[in-house]
Write a new protein. Structure first.
Lengths: 286, 434, 234
């Protein structure tokens, strides 16, 4: 009948996992640091003209998993996100100082071409921004410009794989020629992720990817992020602390251009070390 | 502020109702003004169109007289050699005179005969006979039934523009001519027909023979040149300025000048064309090529401004998306931004070109105002243009020119409206509603 | 019952539930062991049971930590919220049952020093009922079966009845023969422990009922508190 009743008394207590293995934060933390990080930022400062928006950020981002950047509006979290793929370069007045090492190499070094960097570091924006082309062409665009496929069959395969990985294949496989902008908001956002994946990046940056989505679409997106984090380094900026808590393993709290606290997400949301973090996540300050 | 008045009472009091009433009457006042303004605009436009169409529509038909013409060999070909070149020089005027005298044998007086001949268009009728014989010399000696245009005065009389009750001395047709015309009209020998001549002929001294074909072809050629020159140059300049030009004093200066250029009076562009294309480069006067180049210069600022605003209207998120995938700036612009701006660019270009179509002043400066009786076949031949033709005709004295001027305006407006409609159609079609 | 779009949410909820079931098994085993030690007069077993209680406490801490993380990171609502809070409450009840098992084992030390007492059979039977109740209530939890939970909740009366009987027996035994009065006194506490186990199991049943229906069980409770009346009689 019940598994309870059928168990013999003599069964050893081996099933019980000591608490420490599951929960002990300090052990896990050491583990993460031991692995070579994807990004190492040293004294990163971003200027808009003469205005310093980020004041010397030092942070390490793990090879896989989700890192959430949270903080009030204007705290510099989106600016910092755009440091990783040099999107700040597109703003004429923006200037970045300090070092951002990706796998040990400074991406702000002179010889690094931002165009190639962005192929390695994909990005998903706040508003779903599929190109006004077909679903297929949206996903195929990146591989086409980078010459990742030599034949149409190869391209088809990349498109299919990317859409599958983005969890969109079953929804769109019969209408790949339909416009990408005809999809729902959540589907569009997953299409944009598929588009980024198609270039075969190592990192996916997400700038408030769920802020325009309804709760179900958000849940689907978060489920996708959960799956992708096994393979990719994901950095996500979010206004929703709940979302940061749900999807990320590490959370960085930014305030007024400073990195206030950076820790395991569980630690940040159950026992933040800094008073400012505590005040922000508990809704005690703007 | 005292807190004694509660929120409810603030919005329920008599004062509140008064305020509401004042607000509502302000609203209805505004609505009244708006409707009034639109009504005035529609009235003016209606008046304009009415006066133009009212004057012009009669030019689209013309009275023709059916007449038997005997191609007497002794007059046409006294030597009997049937040489077409010689036949062309023959006295067809005499032939036509004989033909109409034969229709009214009772007229014998020389003065009356002259008046009788004035019923038909002398040059129109003789040219028609001449052409037929030239093309087919075997017709000499035969009797043909021709439909020849009546003279412009007779035409105007039959269209009702000449007052029959006015004293004979003060009208262009005599009582006798009226009698003849009425007789011919009664027998059906004078009939009203669609005026194909207006569309197939070039300018002429005689209103009944004048047409707009030469001007239309000249205008189309000039527009073609203007389009081919101004669209690539304008779009290229706009894309560069908007996307690639560095932000510095020089580009600011260029930008300001482009905006100023759009406001420069068109006659100044004409002067520029005169100075640069004719005097400096030595291009031919009155040529559609030069006209087109001048119009292109004039259209450039419009196209640049339209293109830049179309580019600016493209959502930056699309460009961000492309950049974030590793597209270069140029790729992002040409793969995404320009295609998305294309409908706006096209609309701007068509409207700019349509404006150019209506321009007269710059064409006057470069000599496209000449009296041209040939349809131009190359870009360097002298040509007229539709608005210039209108300008020329509007200056002429005869009553028949007035209706032709209006008719030409109708044609010009039709072309303009068609071009704008095409622009709207293309925008709607190309602007993919993704 | 967990069909969240986000599978990792399903996972943490399932893990929490599994952990609780596991804790129930451990507690049941502790209880059974303590009673067996008494019955078979096995001092070593009693000692082991006392030591093992630390594990029960550790699982309780673990569940608390899990619940806290779920609350902080997932912000559960509705049935998820009831599940999460219920896990915390059930773990607490189970931990108490574990404590009672340990206490029973502890008391067996004194009991085993004296001669076997009369009425041990009744105690053993009562213990079996208590174990059965713990089993049943955890089965109800695992199966998310509200009817089973209500059955457990009603079965508490049986333990109360046993408790009355055992009390009367022990008291009369002590009056007749005061040689093993120490053991008998400890035994009354054991009986009381078992009665408390029933109470905790009842609380678990109530919690399960709340999780599954969203309503408190109290409204349906037949007011018939025999336990108090029995105790007053003695």
């Amino acid at each position: 009948m019940m598994s309870l009743n059928t168990q013999s008394d003599e069964e050893p207590m081996a099933r019980f996992k000591p608490v420490g293995e599951v929960i002990n934060m300090s052990e896990k933390r050491e583990e993460t640091i031991a692995v070579q990080p994807k990004f190492q930022c040293r004294d990163v400062r971003v200027f808009y003209g003469d205005n310093e928006a980020l004041h010397g950020i030092d942070i390490e981002v793990a090879k896989t998993g989700v890192t959430a950047l949270i903080g009030p509006s204007g705290c510099g979290k989106s600016t910092f996100l755009r440091v990783f793929n040099r999107m700040n370069d597109t703003i004429p007045t923006a200037r970045v100082t300090g070092e951002v090492l990706m796998d040990g190499e400074n991406i702000y070094a002179k010889h690094v071409d931002p165009v190639l960097l962005r192929a390695r570091v994909g990005m998903v924006f706040q508003k779903p921004n599929p190109f006004p082309k077909s679903i297929y062409d949206n996903v195929a665009y990146g591989p086409r410009i980078h010459g990742l496929a030599t034949t149409n069959d190869e391209l088809d395969a990349i498109v299919e794989k990317s859409l599958k990985r983005a969890g969109l294949w079953n929804e769109v496989k019969d209408r790949l020629k339909d416009p990408g902008t005809g999809l729902s908001g959540g589907q569009q956002q997953r299409l944009v992720i598929a588009r980024a994946i198609a270039v075969n990046p190592e990192v996916i940056l997400m700038d408030e990817p769920a802020s325009a989505l309804d709760p179900i679409a958000t849940a689907k997106l978060e489920e996708l992020i959960d799956e992708l984090k096994e393979k990719y380094c994901i950095v996500i900026v979010t206004h929703s602390m709940a979302q940061a808590a749900r999807v990320s393993q590490k959370t960085a709290f930014f305030h007024l251009g400073y990195l206030v606290e950076y820790d395991e997400t569980q630690a940040i949301f159950t026992n933040p070390k800094d008073q400012r973090t505590q005040d922000y996540i508990t809704g005690r300050t703007g | 502020m005292s807190q004694s008045t509660s929120a409810a009472s603030v919005h329920n009091s008599d004062q509140a109702l008064k305020r509401l009433k004042a607000r509502k009457s302000a609203e209805s006042r505004f609505r009244f003004f708006g409707i009034g303004a639109i009504f005035a605009a529609v009235l003016m436009l209606g008046w304009l169109l009415n006066s133009i169409v009212g004057t012009g529509y009669t030019a689209f038909y013309q009275h023709y007289m059916t007449i038997d013409v005997e191609l007497t060999e002794s007059i046409v070909d006294p030597d009997g050699v049937r040489d077409p070149d010689e036949l062309r020089k023959a006295n067809f005027r005499k032939i036509m005179q004989e033909a109409i005298y034969a229709r009214f044998p009772e007229v014998t007086d020389r003065k009356e005969k002259i008046a009788l001949f004035k019923v038909i268009s002398a040059s129109g009728a003789t040219d028609q006979a001449r052409q037929m014989v030239y093309q087919n010399p075997s017709l000499v000696g035969e009797t043909l039934t021709l439909s020849v245009p009546t003279s412009d005065d007779v035409d105007q009389l039959l269209k009702g523009y000449i007052d029959r009750n006015a004293p004979e001395a003060r009208r262009k047709v005599t009582d006798q001519q009226i009698a003849w015309v009425d007789a011919l009209k009664a027998t059906g020998e004078i009939k009203s027909k669609f005026n194909w001549t207006f569309f197939t002929a070039t300018d002429s001294r005689d209103p009944e023979l004048a047409g707009i074909a030469g001007a239309v072809v000249g205008s189309l050629m000039a527009l073609f040149v203007a389009f081919v020159v101004s669209v690539p140059v304008g779009v290229g300049a706009a894309v560069y300025l908007e996307e690639f030009a560095p932000q510095n004093r020089f580009t600011d200066f260029v930008e300001i000048n482009i905006n100023n250029l759009a406001a420069v009076p068109s006659i100044v562009f004409g002067l520029l064309g005169l100075a640069v294309f004719l005097n400096f480069f030595g291009m031919p006067r009155s040529a559609p090529l030069v006209g087109g180049l001048v119009l292109a210069l004039m259209t450039l600022p419009t196209i640049i401004i339209a293109t830049r605003s179309a580019l600016r209207a493209v959502s930056p998120s699309i460009v961000d998306g492309a950049l974030s995938l590793g597209a270069s700036h140029t790729q992002a612009v040409f793969h995404h931004k320009v295609p998305l701006a294309a409908p706006g660019i096209l609309t701007g270009s068509i409207i700019g070109i349509a404006q150019a179509l209506g321009e007269t002043a710059p064409l006057l400066m470069i000599g496209m105002v000449a009296f041209v009786t040939e349809i131009p076949s190359t870009l360097t031949e002298p040509a007229s243009a539709l608005p210039v033709q209108i300008f020329l005709w509007s200056d002429s004295a005869e009553r028949a020119w007035a209706e032709r001027t209006s008719a030409a305006i109708i044609v010009l407006l039709t072309v303009l409206i068609t071009m704008n409609a095409v622009a709207i159609f293309l925008r709607n079609k190309l602007e993919r509603r993704w | 019952m967990n069909e969240h779009i986000v599978t990792s949410f399903n996972d943490v909820m399932d893990e929490l539930s599994d952990e609780l079931v596991h804790m129930g098994q451990l507690v049941r085993k502790q209880l059974k062991g303590a009673l067996k030690a008494l019955e078979t007069r096995n001092a070593d077993l009693a000692k082991r049971i006392r030591k093992n209680d630390k594990q029960v406490d550790a699982i309780n801490d673990d569940i608390e930590e899990r619940v806290m993380n779920i609350l902080a990171l997932r912000q559960p609502v509705a049935v998820d919220l009831r599940e999460t809070i219920a896990a915390l409450k059930i773990a607490r009840e189970l931990e108490r049952i574990g404590d009672l098992a340990r206490n029973t084992a502890k008391r067996s030390k004194v009991i085993l020093e004296e001669e076997p007492i009369k009425g041990m059979d009744e105690i053993a039977k009562m213990g079996e009922v208590a174990i059965k109740i713990v089993e049943d209530v955890m089965a109800a939890y695992q199966a998310r079966d509200v009817e089973k939970a209500i059955a457990v909740w009603n079965a508490d009366e049986e333990i109360d009845d046993y408790c009355n009987t055992v009390f009367t027996q022990l008291l009369s035994g002590m009056m007749v023969d005061n040689s093993n009065i120490n053991a008998c006194t400890q035994m009354t506490f054991v009986a009381k422990n078992l009665e408390r186990v029933g109470d905790h199991a009842t609380n678990v049943a109530e919690t399960i009922h709340y999780v599954l229906t969203g309503d408190r069980i109290d409204e349906r409770r037949p007011k018939n508190d025999k336990t108090s009346s029995t105790i007053v009689e003695i």
